[in-house]
Design a binder for this molecule. Structure first.
Ligand code: BJW
Ligand code: ZN
Length: 240
């Protein structure tokens, strides 16, 4: 099928849907300048996310892990949402059944104006105290030395690392939305990190029509109803 036909088909489904669910990954922020995890530029000082985004890495070398987050905060601080983020925020404002689930921690969906965002993997702008449990939004965090909580414990980023459970209420909300969605749009994820990777399959099994938007093939490509090859910024503006 040619691209124009796929896009027209997807548009028709999306606009006829009563409950649209959108799952986004790092690819939706790529056109804003955010490096993806598994694309070129995804390495920092030759470390992969899998090397640094674990509780064991933080325990072993918190300064290294905080240095990585400091670098990413600096990169992200100067970036803005792109047309794909804005298209989703517009879609939400139309007021029909719409749920946005993201794996991204960059906060760009909120900056674009999206309100109800289920952040599966946390948010890079928040810290969490493993000692007393306090979660705080700290856009300006002094990382010239390791950050400590008032209770004396070392703060960590409020992010879900490998081997850690996703926030229960957020995961529950996403799973409920999956089970009742009639159309699901999956944008910019390599679909290798669980449990997000399986969400499209779950939605499809419970009856949703699943559309993937990605410039590359992914493990989902053969399993969805419609796969559109292309960049999120351009495609979402045309689709939504
Ligand atoms: C574009 C584009 C453009 C480019 N437009 N697109 C079952 C089986 C096997 C393993 C597991 C399992 N269940 C759990 C696990 C373990 C683990 C896991 O999945 N491991 C796999 C690697 C195998 N999962 C977990 O540990 C999760 N916890 C959990 O399940 O708890 C219970 C449990 C634990 C242990 C065992 C069993 C159960 C937690 C996962 C947390 C992931 N956190 C990270 C890092 C956060 C660090 C940080 O950000 O600071 O979250 S990993 C990293 O990957 C980040 C992302 O959210 C996540 C997903 O990546 P994403 O978004 O897909 O990005 P990329 O880079 O991979 O892909 C970008 C895509 O965009 C590409 O496809 C491009 O083509 C595309 N693209 N330009 C559109 N312009
Ligand atoms: Zn504390």
């Amino acid at each position: 099928m040619e691209d124009a036909k796929r896009i027209a088909g997807a548009r028709e489904r999306i606009f006829a849907s009563a409950k649209l669910l959108v799952l986004t990954g790092a690819g939706i922020s790529a056109e804003s300048g955010v490096p993806t995890f598994r694309g070129s530029g995804g390495l920092w000082k030759n470390f992969r996310a899998e090397d640094l985004a674990t509780p064991e890495a933080f325990e072993r070398d918190p300064a290294l892990v905080w240095e990585w987050y400091g670098w990413r905060r600096e990169v992200l601080g100067g970036l803005s949402p792109n047309p794909a983020h804005f298209a989703l925020a517009d879609m939400e404002r139309r007021g029909r059944g719409f749920t946005l689930v993201t794996q991204n921690v960059d906060g760009l969906h909120a900056l674009a104006g999206s309100v109800n965002i289920l952040e599966l993997h946390g948010n890079i702008w928040r810290t969490r105290c493993p000692g007393c449990g306090v979660v705080a939004l700290e856009r300006e965090l002094d990382l010239s030395s390791l950050p400590y909580c008032g209770c004396g414990a070392l703060l960590r980023p409020d992010i879900v690392w490998f081997g850690e459970a996703l926030p229960e209420d957020i995961l529950r909300g996403a799973l409920m939305a999956l089970d009742s969605a009639d159309v699901m749009l999956v944008v910019g994820t390599s679909a290798v990190v669980e449990p997000a990777a399986s969400m499209a399959l779950r939605a499809r099994a419970s009856g949703a029509y699943v559309i993937e938007v990605n410039p590359e093939e992914t493990p989902l490509t053969g399993a969805v109803d419609l796969s559109i090859r292309g960049m999120a910024g351009e495609l979402l503006s045309r689709l939504l």
